[in-house]
Design a protein around this ligand. Sequence first.
Ligand SMILES: Cc1cc2nc3c(=O)[nH]c(=O)nc-3n(C[C@H](O)[C@H](O)[C@H](O)COP(=O)(O)O)c2cc1C
Length: 371
Amino acid sequence: MEGLGDARFRVALAANGAGGFDEACREFIRIPGALPNGADPTKLVKNLCANYDADELRFNATARVPLGAQIMGSEPWLLELAARHLATEKSAPRIDLNCGCPANVVTGKGAGSSLLRDPEYVYACVKAVADGARGSGAHVTMKLRSGYDDSSLLRENLLAAREAGARFVSLHARTRAQGYSGRANWEEIAFAKDVLDIPVLGNGDVTSPQRAAELLRVSDADGIMLGRGAVQDPLIFRRIAATVSRDAQGVVRVSDDVFEREFEVELVIDFLRTFAAEVFKTENKPNGKRGSGVQAQELETFKVGKIKSIVKYLFAGNPNLLPHMKSVMQLDPTKTSAEDVLRTVETLVRAEWQTPQNVLVDAFSKRNQYT
Ligand SMILES: Cc1cc2nc3c(=O)[nH]c(=O)nc-3n(C[C@H](O)[C@H](O)[C@H](O)COP(=O)(O)O)c2cc1C
């Protein structure tokens, strides 16, 4: 997610005061639609999966958030090989098949949400992943949108996933054609619950405990998956876990926010510091070389850029912080060190932090990147 969907962001979210989620999934590993000429398939898959680390969110002997792997592709035998490698060599607890990515560069090659045009193809691909994971203990799951151009095949696609061995599905209740426009249609999650006898996680536009509760009320989903909301509110999972519950009659209730302002501010600062500590571990800029003063400056610029990338979203949902965004973005890494940028941001958060409002960070959709 624009430099945020990397290990540093996940670690900062899961560590210290943030957390509150049961499990996370890494961004997709793209498996090619055909074996490149002369390539050795085993080596290819090994290289593609090299950066996946099932223990990325293990903090000590007892504190661990399971991290699933996600693969995206359209060639069943290569998907099977990748799933086998992830399950047996990399100990992935879960392997998710991406049937949601709407990017043309992906769908043009038949992967991601393109699979949803043909339920038989969905079946073949999920089955390939299940065959690859068989006997390993890794769960196979599928992430999907409600359809490609429309949701007319939703039922068939859901059933195909289940027949092929998916243990649960996560449904982003928009079609590929919708991109990120309008609101996610949570009724489609309710539909998936009616169709399936395996768990359904609802996804799309959850930015607060109130919206999490509303999704659960509308759909009766077994759980919630969320993406963009966590970029602007690192406490969102914890906030939801602490305040949203079902009573004995199954009625979804939201209690008052559990955080005192001061406590909340400290948690956000914990998150920022953990993120920065992960960034500061970087010894050489990706693609850069070690050594000279110029390269040291490049590294500092990289670190400042990473902190700014967090600030952009953290400040977006906070009316009191928003006016300070520009001044932070203008900090010049040749004049202000990453440590000083972090201190400036901390001071602002301490003075101005408010519980984020229901604002969806929509910079992604405007850039037409993942959309
Ligand atoms: C920048 C960006 C990167 C994403 N990367 C992935 C991905 O690798 N795999 C995936 O299944 N979904 C990915 N998604 C989609 C999200 O998982 C989620 O389905 C979508 O953002 C809607 O949920 P939200 O409203 O909670 O953000 C990505 C979304 C964005 C904005």
